[in-house]
Design a protein around this ligand. Structure first.
Ligand SMILES: [Zn+2]
Ligand SMILES: [Zn+2]
Length: 250
């Protein structure tokens, strides 16, 4: 399983920390998780064309995780001589049908022209795509937001999306090889809808994950020794993600 972190930040423009997006290559499939502004360009820089994406997974609908979906659907309809004809599937938290309908109302050009749009809504679910087993669980960041766990060939990774301290991320990440986890704020900066270094440290420790990659940091989190703070409760490997980071589980 290969993972390319395309965007490792929030909506706030910060060098090397663009809005959310990552691609997983496993079982000869390319799965895109979140599609914040600029994701399509960074996907191209990672050597993957937009039309090679086999499925999109959305954690929630905030703009820093979804804005380039408008670009993707525009390109599907209007790439000269290359408009999409094969079906496209979005696995998402609940609300995707309504989200797409509103997007089509705002931008009529995005309504699928020559292909079928398929949507698959998840909350606490388990399903397979080829040899990849996928689990989802609510994260409490929004009423419907979810995190995803992928298991293939004896390896496992979890992507948190955005998460609240009271969500079910620790259970989902139990024993995972890799947890890619949002860490919006430094220790002591408490909010009800995001994690800080202390809550990330406790979740990673409780789940017993082998390694931890930190993403989605706001400027106050990047201004401190965030890794040092996370090592407070968690003794496994930890690193701060930057755009373009390539991880491999094999
Ligand atoms: Zn976010
Ligand atoms: Zn969010």
């Amino acid at each position: 399983m290969d993972i390319f972190l395309l965007g490792t930040g929030t909506a706030i423009p910060i060098k090397q920390h663009s809005p959310a997006g990552l691609v997983v290559i496993a079982d000869r499939m390319r799965l895109l998780f979140d599609i914040g502004p600029g994701t399509l360009g960074r996907l191209e820089q990672a050597g993957i064309s937009y039309d090679q994406i086999d499925r999109l997974f959305l954690t929630h609908f905030h703009p820093d995780h979804t804005l380039d979906l408008a670009t993707l659907l525009l390109v599907f309809n209007h790439a000269p001589g290359a408009s999409r004809t094969r079906p496209f599937t979005i696995t998402s938290c609940f609300g995707i049908e309504d989200f797409l309908q509103r997007m089509y109302q705002l931008y009529p050009d995005l309504s699928p022209m020559e292909y079928e749009m398929r949507v698959h809504q998840v909350r606490q679910d388990e399903f397979s795509i080829g040899k990849i087993k996928i689990l989802s669980a609510p994260t409490g960041h929004t009423p419907d937001s979810v995190a995803y766990r992928l298991e293939v060939a004896g390896h496992s990774m979890v992507y948190s999306g955005d998460a609240a301290p009271h969500g079910e991320l620790a259970q989902l990440a139990e024993g995972a090889d890799l947890l890619i986890c949002e860490c919006s704020f430094p220790s002591g900066w408490e909010t009800e809808d995001h994690l800080n270094a202390d809550s990330v440290s406790r979740i990673a420790s409780q789940a017993g994950v082998k390694s931890l990659v930190i993403t989605h940091c706001y400027p106050p989190a990047l201004a401190v020794d965030l890794i040092g703070q996370i090592r407070g409760h968690y003794s496994g490997e930890v690193q701060l993600a930057i755009d373009g980071l390539h991880l491999s589980l094999s």
